[in-house]
Design a protein around this ligand. Structure first.
Ligand SMILES: NC(=O)C1=CN([C@@H]2O[C@H](COP(=O)(O)OP(=O)(O)OC[C@H]3O[C@@H](n4cnc5c(N)ncnc54)[C@H](OP(=O)(O)O)[C@@H]3O)[C@@H](O)[C@H]2O)[C@@H](O)CC1
Ligand SMILES: [K+]
Length: 498
């Protein structure tokens, strides 16, 4: 599990650690890690032209001390001093090593730009002259190494209130910051490198967590020797309608590929015909009234993709939600509960899987606001509705009250295509039916869906059915085909950029 923290959490840990170390130790550790990454990007350090953008705080101090190390190795390092003051000791050391104070015109010639304007001490949108410098640096085209956090990105939330550095690499100190993992901030972060400055044992419970391949290997349900289709988990799917037959096919496909022992599909004639044709494995109940009475026993339900939002759908949703098993609600199911919140009053667990627009309707917020502050809204929704929330989008996040919010980093923009959400519903539903909690089913489902999407796309467009087809392969890449959990690998963060 990879963990991330807010600026306040990091600051608290730093204070504790700093009290036990000679002054300046942490900054020296940070600077040497930073200089090593810069040297790697420069290739030949000797003669390389590096421009540091230096703000008034310790973020600028990190940049100056790293600049000193690069200057000692023969790089031509210039510092643009942007703040009302500058880290004094850092500047003196930088100049002693041969670094020069330059004006912003030097950016034009830079082989590498180091963004030391602001780090975890920033608040609000960047002020002048920082804002203008950031826009100039972004426009140059030289690689940019952000110190700790790309300036302009809120370290605690990932919110971007105006201009923000588009980093090639972000070298973050001591621990990951939440804002580096959640869009829009994550999109500014580039490749993320962590410098260990010894904070580890001083950190509190994390603000957010990111599952790794090793976590999935441990969490994914495996069939035991004695198992049968019922014990592996039976999923009910109430999805699709006369108008939207494809959603039913895709949800059932996602469920079968993600390991449901059996899928019971309930619907009307047109989607039933399609589901039968695509998935003869599914056990079908043809509904002549909106009731799940004759469907048989299931361990979890998926409710909503393509279901419609009329009276029939409402009655069917009420029946599914009156059951005593976990229910995943998606798409039209979310529209139905937005109109009738009473439907959510139940004792068994609920997992909802909205995108920003659906969540906006559900909690009466603005879609743009949700996209700009995903963490804030997903957490508010989980607390307000008392359910687990998987918010889909450029960064998929899973929130449950009193648990660290989980962030998924396996996705690819190619997944932004019609029907992929229906596949995800089926996949997460299958994991619920196999006994995972809503929190784990949602986060494992998102991870697998992202990985399958990546494999299906291979850098080119995909269709939703391709994602379902790629799920077994994605699972094999995690488990090595083994029926017991043995491996402990982590997915490299930079994978998400491909
Ligand atoms: N603590 C440690 O042990 C370690 C810390 N480390 C490093 O220190 C960094 C934190 O340093 P920090 O606390 O000095 O804050 P920092 O991010 O440099 O900026 C603060 C200054 O920025 C300004 N400013 C704020 N908002 C602004 C805005 N919107 N627009 C424009 N300006 C704005 C404001 O300045 P003012 O306006 O007062 O001139 C404020 O005083 C951390 O990220 C890491 O890199 C590492 O070395 C490891 C050890
Ligand atoms: K920075």
């Amino acid at each position: 599990m990879r963990t991330a923290y807010t600026a306040d959490q990091i600051r608290g840990a730093e204070h504790e650690l700093m009290a036990r170390l000679p002054e300046g130790t942490l900054m020296q550790r940070a600077a040497s890690g930073l200089a090593a990454v810069c040297a790697g990007l420069l290739g030949a350090v000797y003669g390389g032209r590096v421009v540091l953008l230096v703000g008034s705080g310790d973020n600028g101090g990190d940049a100056l001390y790293a600049g000193r190390l690069l200057a000692r190795r023969g790089a031509r390092v210039g510092a643009v001093l942007a703040g009302s003051r500058t880290h004094e000791a850092g500047l003196a050391a930088f100049v002693r090593a041969g670094g020069r104070v330059v004006d912003r015109a030097a950016l034009e010639e830079a082989d590498l730009i180091v963004d030391g304007l602001v780090g975890i001490g920033a608040s609000g949108a960047l002020r002048e002259p920082y804002r203008e410098l950031v826009e100039e640096a972004n426009a140059i085209g030289a690689p940019i190494v952000a110190v700790d956090v790309p300036s302009g990105v809120d370290a605690s939330t990932g919110q971007v209130g105006g201009a923000a550095v588009h980093a090639t690499v972000t070298v973050t100190m001591g621990a990951y910051k939440t804002g580096l993992l959640v869009d829009p901030g994550a999109a500014h972060t580039g490749v993320l490198e962590l410098v260990d400055i010894g904070l580890g044992s001083y950190l509190p419970d994390p603000d957010v967590a990111v599952l790794t391949r090793g976590d999935l290997d441990l969490m994914l349900p495996r069939p035991g020797q004695e198992t049968d289709k019922y014990r592996r988990g039976v999923l009910g799917v109430a999805a699709g309608s006369d108008l939207y037959t494809g959603a039913a096919v895709l949800a059932v496909g996602g469920a079968l590929r993600a390991g449901a022992g059996m899928v019971r599909y309930a619907g009307t004639e047109p989607p039933v015909t399609q589901v039968r044709a695509h998935w003869p494995e599914a056990v079908i109940t043809l509904l002549d009234r909106p009731s799940i009475e004759n469907v048989g026993r299931v361990q979890a339900w998926v409710l909503g993709p393509g279901l419609g939002t009329g009276d029939w759908a409402h009655e069917l949703a009420a029946g599914v939600l009156a059951s005593d098993v976990p229910v995943l609600i998606d798409a039209d199911g979310l529209t139905l509960v937005a109109k009738d919140k009473e439907l959510l009053r139940r004792s068994a667990p609920v997992l909802i899987t909205p995108h920003a627009g659906e969540l906006a309707r559900l909690i009466g917020a603005d879609r743009g606001d949700i996209e700009a502050a995903r963490l804030k809204y997903v957490r508010a929704a989980a607390a307000e509705l008392g359910v687990t929330v998987l918010l889909k989008g450029s960064t998929t996040v899973v929130a449950e009250d009193s648990r660290p919010t989980r962030v998924n980093v396996t996705g690819t923009p190619w997944l932004a295509s019609g029907g992929t959400g229906d596949v995800l519903s089926g996949m997460a539903g299958a994991l619920l039916a196999q006994g995972l909690s809503c929190y784990d089913a949602a986060s494992c489902g998102a991870y697998l869906h992202g990985l399958a999407g990546r494999r299906a796309a291979g850098g080119a467009p995909l269709a939703a059915a391709d994602v379902a087809a790629a799920v077994p392969d994605a699972i094999r890449s995690i488990t090595g085909g083994s029926t017991t959990a043995t491996r402990d690998e982590t997915i490299r963060h930079e994978d998400r950029r491909r």
